[in-house]
Design a protein around this ligand. Sequence first.
Ligand code: ZN
Ligand code: ZN
Ligand code: ZN
Length: 108
Amino acid sequence: MDSGAPEEVECCWKVDNHRCGTILPEARLGNHLAADHDACGADTRRLICMWIIPTKDGSQSLCGASFRRDNLKRHMAIHLGNQKYECPICKRTYSRADTLKGHYKKFH
Ligand SMILES: [Zn+2]
Ligand SMILES: [Zn+2]
Ligand SMILES: [Zn+2]
């Protein structure tokens, strides 16, 4: 276990053609999606995932997956697992772009 601060993630839910961009602890993402992105309601309600996924060539694609609301957390794990920013020099990974930027400035 990491003894540092809880891992923070960036919400990439599509809002008005942009990523939401809210930074929050990973444990609170489910609540945030329910409160701010209407991912709430009955467990059996079907949701469409509006998570924006950055692609290797620098463009973005929308996840678009459909799943039951009670599977939201499990589904999000896919995106959060992929949400890594890798230092091009030492290959360390960070979950936030600005953390990587800070690392880059300090060490390279
Ligand atoms: Zn959000
Ligand atoms: Zn998704
Ligand atoms: Zn580095």
